[in-house]
Design a protein around this ligand. Structure first.
Ligand code: KMH
Ligand code: ZN
Length: 273
């Protein structure tokens, strides 16, 4: 099997210090968390940034500072800024970090309820526009799919030429409003992918590690981090993103799957080809 690419979603937009004191807000905190995750075995950092008070922002300068500082500490790591941002942001606001020409960026592939009164809006035309803007900069999109219908939409847009291959999907399972993280749902998503695509799985909350194992044994890749889950085990907060990545490395070792370096991840994903 291919080596395992571990993505660390170190910050996100929704988790606050009330949920866990270990969530990073400031650039210093974000850089430290990125470094801990990288040292533990993450080859991709899925990046959101915040104002110092924790407010999510897609400000380009804030991303630039975070990316430059992370690269000083983690020279070869792949940075994957979010174009999802936070619920309620405009599309222009969300797209700002791609102007920095990162190697990767997320492309969210459908609209869904996001808990409470929140709706994460990604209309078909939004997705086409995001895909176009990401592709014209030769950035590798990570196709975030929160539901099976999102995969279908990607396939349709791929056939029409709006999204180019090779396709790399990210199943984000267990969001309140999206598909659950039950094994049955993971298998259904996996079996719905077109040939020659790659995928990673992000399980929200209690789904994080069971889905990591499912993906490790299925030949997929894994995302963990405070954006998705703050517990190292039931009722016990993880003290860093590094701890969450270390746990995936332990699971992969037990299951006989080697961990990809950033350069190996680039090859697997066809970045820079
Ligand atoms: N914060 C969520 C509303 C992404 O990074 O592309 C969207 C999100 C997806 O986190
Ligand atoms: Zn995100």
């Amino acid at each position: 099997m291919e080596k395992l690419i571990i993505t660390a979603a170190i910050c996100g937009a929704e988790v606050t210090k009330e949920h866990t004191p270990y969530i990073p807000y400031t650039i210093d905190e974000i850089v430290r968390e990125a470094e801990l995750a990288y040292n533990a075995g993450a080859s991709i950092i899925h990046l959101h940034v915040r104002e110092d008070d924790g407010t999510p922002t897609q400000n380009k300068d804030r991303f630039k500072e975070a990316i430059n500082r992370i690269k000083e500490r983690c020279k070869d790591v792949i940075i994957q800024p979010s174009t999802g941002g936070a619920v309620g942001m405009t599309t222009d606001e969300r797209l700002q970090p791609i102007e920095l020409n990162p190697e990767m960026a997320t492309l969210d592939c459908g609209t869904l309820n996001f808990g409470g009164d929140e709706i994460f809006v990604n209309t078909e035309n939004d997705i086409k526009e995001f895909a176009k803007r990401i592709q014209e900069r030769h950035i590798k999109p990570e196709l975030e799919c929160f539901d099976k219908g999102h995969i279908d939409l990607v396939i349709r847009l791929y056939k029409k030429g709006f999204i180019k291959g090779p396709l790399h999907f990210s199943f984000v399972l267990g969001v309140n409003g999206g598909m659950s993280g039950d094994l049955r749902d993971f298998v259904y998503m996996n079996e719905s992918l077109p040939c020659n695509s790659t995928f990673s799985v992000a399980g929200i909350g209690r789904y994080e590690f069971p889905l990591a194992v499912a993906s490790i044994v299925s030949g997929g890749h894994v995302r963990v981090g405070f954006e998705d889950n703050i517990y190292i085990e039931k009722g016990q907060l993880a003290k860093s993103n590094g701890e969450l990545v270390e746990k995936v490395v332990r699971l992969a070792n037990e299951l006989g799957r080697d961990i990809a370096t950033p350069d190996e991840a680039r090859k697997i994903l066809g970045i820079g080809e």
